[in-house]
Design a protein around this ligand. Structure first.
Ligand SMILES: [Zn+2]
Length: 125
């Protein structure tokens, strides 16, 4: 399942970052999911909740935000947020809002990234 491998990758990255920073606990995790990442945010959240069990991120607040698809249109030079029809989840239609061209290049919105994490460090006093 696509969501599972993504969720596993996210948690691995979070725990690795936390370990590199000598964290005792991860309290918040901020994730950005592109509209074209083909991820169901609810399913992703469910999997993340399962995967953090018995790790230092067990009680972390997980924040998932969807980010829009941005494109570059070779026809009219438009660069920005695309018109997106993703009613068909697996074959979304992406269009230039300016000239309705479909042959655009996608700049952003395909990835799922860990934007930020908040950690607790051991008391040094
Ligand atoms: Zn255009």
């Amino acid at each position: 399942m696509h969501e599972l491998s993504m969720a596993q990758g996210i948690i691995n990255a979070v725990l690795e970052t936390a370990e590199n920073n000598n964290a005792t606990e991860v309290t918040e995790i901020y994730i950005e999911v592109g509209r074209l990442a083909m991820l169901n945010p609810e399913q992703l959240r469910f999997l993340l909740d399962v995967l953090v069990e018995n790790t230092i991120a067990e009680n972390a607040k997980i924040d998932i935000s969807e980010i829009p698809v941005t494109i570059n249109c070779p026809e009219c030079g438009y660069e920005g947020v695309a018109n997106l029809d993703d009613s068909d989840h697996y074959a979304p239609i992406i269009e230039c809002p300016n000239c309705e061209n479909l042959r655009i290049s996608i700049l952003n919105g395909k990835d799922c990234v860990v934007k930020n994490i908040v950690i607790e460090k051991p008391d040094e006093e």
